[in-house]
Ligand binder design. Structure first.
Ligand SMILES: Nc1ncnc2c1ncn2[C@@H]1O[C@H](COP(=O)(O)OP(=O)(O)OP(=O)(O)O)[C@@H](O)[C@H]1O
Length: 245
């Protein structure tokens, strides 16, 4: 469902944040991306939905090279790609349900989305998404009143409302304690198992990656050092991955 071909990204036109990456992800895979700070994990995820524009290379979603799309075509394809951020990316003063409804905006005309016009179907979808993450009771509370873990569950519900084929999660548990991190990872696992949504998730914590992900992509200096089954990941490789040079 996702194919990345010769992808290279540079922020300054000189140093390469992503250096000629090639990989292919099938629908329903649960992929962990690991690597030390600055290895390119965020940049890789952000270039998959073109939040960051590549210098060269191609990103295919279901055989469509999205680097070639115009803005309106890109908007349509982005509905299929949910993105979960480390810092939740919620509107703090808005209610939980209003935050989740934002996930429906990709299905609205610009005018309707400007006025925030949602129909019964949108509310049903938002309410189901909140149920999935166990937050139905918090629907009318403001986002700012929630704990970090609850906020991240709202962010996940928002992406579920988008009905995505793939969820990209950029360090979604880095700000959370171990128990809360595990519970968020459990939600990702259930979503992956029950809805067959592909998950690509950046993780600092290798143990979490080993516990939850089927496949690991390990990055070093913008290049893939390892791409394979989690069970085949060797300690020597991890040592090399996190060594300074
Ligand atoms: N907005 C930006 N402008 C300029 N350079 C950037 C920008 N974002 C990232 N970089 C650089 O690109 C490289 C890859 O950064 P990236 O954030 O993708 O790594 P990362 O593995 O996600 O790191 P971390 O684990 O610390 O979040 C780094 O050298 C970083 O300094």
């Amino acid at each position: 469902m996702l194919k990345i071909e010769d992808l290279t990204v540079s922020y300054d036109g000189k140093t390469l944040a992503i250096d000629n990456i090639n990989t292919e992800i099938k629908q329903g895979e649960f992929v962990g991306i690991i690597g030390s700070s600055g290895s390119g994990k965020s940049t890789l995820l952000k270039s998959i939905n073109l939040l960051v524009k590549p210098l060269s290379g191609k990103v295919y979603i279901d055989d469509v090279d999205i680097t070639k799309l115009n803005n309106s075509q890109l908007r349509n394809i982005r509905r299929q790609i949910g993105f979960v951020f480390q810092d939740y990316n919620l509107i703090e003063k808005s209610t939980v349900i209003d935050n989740v409804l934002i996930g429906r905006l990709g299905y609205k005309s610009s005018l309707k989305s400007f006025f925030g016009l949602f129909n019964d179907e949108d509310y049903e979808s938002a309410s189901n998404a909140l149920k999935q993450v166990g937050l139905s009771k918090k629907m009318f509370e403001r986002a700012e009143e929630l704990s970090g873990g609850q906020k991240q569950r709202v962010a996940i519900a928002k992406t579920l409302c988008q009905e995505p084929k793939i969820i990209l999660a950029d360090e979604p548990v880095s700000s959370l304690d171990i128990a809360t991190s595990q519970s968020i990872m459990d939600y990702f696992k259930v979503i992956n198992d029950e809805k067959n949504i592909t998950i690509m998730i950046n993780l600092h914590d290798v143990n979490l990656a080993k516990k939850y992900c089927h496949r690991i992509i390990a990055l070093k200096n913008g290049k893939i050092l390892y791409d394979g089954e989690v069970g085949d990941l060797r300690d020597e490789l991890l040592k090399e991955l996190y060594s300074q040079e």
